[in-house]
Each structure stands twice: as structure tokens, then as C-alpha cells.
Design a protein around this ligand. Structure first.
Ligand code: FE
Length: 203
């Protein structure tokens, strides 16, 4: 088996995935095969542009279209694949809707499971030990550090993502947005609002 051979290049890579990626990036850069600046752009695109924009379109449609909202809450995987959002890390999506009574918040206590086709790659804090532990232990305090202050009457429900189920939070539609188009509404939906560490705000 080539992978068991100590002289095989694979054996020289460190076992930790982040270190392996760094090692690969270094080798590819040294060989002139990739430009690290271009890589940063690609990562940024998935983190801030493509990813969360997909989820925001889904939320805006749920706010605007009662039949779609019902379909999304019933079977999110099917509802979002009809919009073209599916693929790796997007199997078995469950949408959870915020109400004045319940604020939903998502964590993966085990690692960093996340609905990639809707939100892109998870932010670093989502993967941190601190977030994973505190989301369960002291969600309200954690939320306040994200700038989310909930009223006394709102309870927090924390959903633990797994490789089997990934959650999308449907934030509450902000007041005063009645006349807005789905496109304009989507602009109000941040990545954090769909993780539950933020809320949607009116323009
Ligand atoms: Fe995970």
C-alpha cells in the first residue's frame, strides 16, 4: 500500500486537516500552481457572498410566499433543492422559524456541521470550542455578545447539527418591510441571522 510507505509523500503530511491543507497550499504555491491571493478570494466568496446569499433568498421567499413557507417548514431539503440549492453538506436540511416566543440558534457540538449550499462555509467562530460549548451552556449570554438581546418572553431553542441534519434558521421578518420585493428582503438576511446568532433588521 503506497500510503503505508514512509517515503510516500502522503506520509509526510501532518494528520490534522488544517495542517494538511496548509502544507498542500504551501507546496502548490511554491510550484507556482496556485496564487494564495486568488485562494483567499475564493474562500471569501464562499464565506460571504455565494453561500449566505442562497440562504437569504430562501428566507426572503418564505417571508413573501406562504405556500413556499409551508413547504420549507415541512420539508426544507425538497423546498430548497427546487431553488437549485443542494449538494454536499446540504442533505437533510431542516428549517426552524423564529417567532416572538421562540428564538432558534444552531450549533454543532461535535464538530462544525453546517448547511453549505445555503450558507457557504462556516465562519471560524462556529467551529470554535467556545461557541460549541457556550451555545448549549449559556445561549442567552452568548447571544448578547453577538448583539442579540431577546425579551424575557422569548425562549431560546438550540439545535445541534449533525452530519444527518443541518438547520436553517428563518429569522422573523422585520417590521416595516411590507412593500419590499423578495430581492430587497434578501438583503436584510445576514448569515448570522440564519445561524440564529443574529436577527434580520429593517433597512
Ligand atoms: Fe459537525
Amino acid at each position: 500500500m503506497p500510503h503505508d510507505d514512509p517515503d510516500h509523500p502522503h506520509s509526510l503530511l501532518p494528520p490534522d486537516p488544517a495542517l494538511r491543507v496548509k502544507a498542500l497550499e504551501t507546496i502548490l504555491t511554491q510550484k507556482g500552481l496556485i496564487d494564495p491571493a486568488a485562494l483567499d478570494v475564493i474562500i471569501d466568496t464562499y464565506q460571504h457572498r455565494i453561500g449566505p446569499k442562497n440562504g437569504a433568498q430562501v428566507v426572503a421567499r418564505a417571508w413573501s410566499d406562504p405556500a413556499f413557507r409551508a413547504a420549507l417548514l415541512d420539508d426544507a431539503t425538497a423546498a430548497v433543492s427546487e431553488m437549485g440549492f443542494f449538494g454536499r453538506q446540504g442533505e437533510h436540511i431542516v428549517a426552524v422559524e423564529n417567532t416572538p416566543e421562540v428564538h432558534n440558534m444552531v450549533v454543532c457540538t461535535l464538530c462544525s456541521c453546517y448547511p453549505w449550499p445555503l450558507l457557504g462555509v462556516p465562519p471560524a467562530w462556529y467551529k470554535s470550542d467556545a461557541y460549541r460549548a457556550r451555545a448549549v451552556r449559556e445561549p442567552r449570554k452568548l447571544l448578547s455578545e453577538f448583539g442579540v438581546t431577546l425579551s424575557e418572553g422569548t425562549s431560546v431553542r438550540v439545535w445541534d447539527s449533525t452530519a444527518e441534519v443541518r438547520y436553517l434558521v428563518v429569522p422573523m421578518r422585520p417590521e416595516g418591510t411590507e412593500g419590499l420585493s423578495p430581492e430587497a428582503l434578501a438583503e436584510l438576511v445576514s448569515r448570522d441571522a440564519m445561524i440564529g446568532t443574529g436577527v434580520a433588521v429593517a433597512p
